[in-house]
Design a protein around this ligand. Structure first.
Ligand SMILES: NC(=O)c1ccc[n+]([C@@H]2O[C@H](COP(=O)([O-])OP(=O)(O)OC[C@H]3O[C@@H](n4cnc5c(N)ncnc54)[C@H](O)[C@@H]3O)[C@@H](O)[C@H]2O)c1
Length: 271
């Protein structure tokens, strides 16, 4: 089943980074977007790029921590686009550090956005997609949700939850016409470290890894939409992520020993 010709997409966190790249990619494929974010100026810039790509888009202010604001995205999509085909639960933040040292406020902050935000998005859009017998859920997790690198437990925990939610949904929705994909990239350059919480040196290292990546946001967005159209559950766009995930599945105990060994030699952190 390929994507509808005039895909109507709701994208949370569409004001920046991957969300913006997803919006532009939807537009380039002839679709329409509703950008949902807290950042109005960033969203306006996304919409300018969407228009440049020859498509229509609009913005609605939404804090994904609030279930009512997420629920209202459905009405906004009906009003502005005459319905919805794809929800991209993309808004996310990062927290790094060690368990016991990371403040509980930072734990709550990231769980509210990365985990509850995605749960609210699925809770809102899945029943509509089931009722219409067609729809696409793209949950943005991270390779972190598969690989559990040290010094980033809050991020790993929320992203592993997104993977679990997506796997569960994929099984529950089999045969309904609704497709679920979970996106698990490693590092690529976005603004995520600007708002990230954790030791300053972690931000510096993450930014370096992001800049070094050969796969950047437009590539990730392209691969994600291809996978969504093909109904593929796991989308792991980078080679390093795919390799590490393969090693972990084949040799889980050896993998965690290797990760512990590497962590003693350098700090590991980031998106
Ligand atoms: N950049 C990476 O290396 C990387 C790697 C793997 C996964 N990801 C994931 O990609 C997704 C997008 O992040 P990004 O890297 O583009 O970062 P980004 O900071 O550039 O974009 C995130 C967007 O989410 C929005 N946002 C934050 N909190 C919000 C809230 N409460 N309600 C609504 N919007 C909110 C921000 O305003 C921003 O526009 C995240 O889920 C992130 O975890 C990023």
């Amino acid at each position: 089943m390929s994507l509808p010709e005039h895909l109507r997409a709701v994208i949370t966190g569409g004001a920046s980074g991957l969300g913006r790249a997803l919006a532009v990619e939807v537009a380039a494929r002839g679709g329409r977007v509703l950008v949902a974010d807290l950042d109005e100026a960033g969203s306006e810039e996304t919409l300018r790029l969407v228009r440049e790509a020859g498509a229509h888009g609009s913005f609605t202010r939404c804090d994904v921590r609030d279930p009512q604001q997420v629920a209202s995205l459905l009405d906004a999509a009906d009003e502005r686009m005459g319905g919805v085909d794809l929800i991209a639960n993309n808004a996310g933040v990062a927290v790094s550090g060690k368990v016991g040292e990371i403040g509980l406020d930072d734990w709550r902050w990231i769980v509210d956005i990365n985990q509850w935000g995605v749960i609210y998005g699925c809770h809102t859009f899945v029943p509509r997609f089931v009722a219409q017998g067609r729809g696409y859920v793209l949950n943005v997790a991270s390779a972190a949700g598969l690989l559990s690198a040290p010094q980033m437990a809050p991020y790993n925990v929320t992203k592993a939850a997104v993977v679990a939610l997506s796997e569960t949904l994929h099984a529950e929705l089999a045969g309904t016409g609704v497709k679920v994909s979970v996106l698990c990239p490693t590092f690529f350059k976005t603004n995520i470290m600007n708002a990230a919480r954790g030791p300053a040196e972690h931000g510096g290292l993450a930014n370096k890894l992001m800049e070094r990546s050969r796969v950047q946001a437009p590539d990730v967005a392209r691969e994600a939409l291809d996978a969504v159209g093909a109904g593929r559950l796991y989308v792991v766009p980078m080679t390093d992520g795919r390799m590490m995930w393969r090693v972990k599945r084949a040799l889980p105990e050896a993998y965690v020993r290797l990760v512990a060994w590497a962590d003693k030699r350098r700090p590991v952190t980031g998106a």
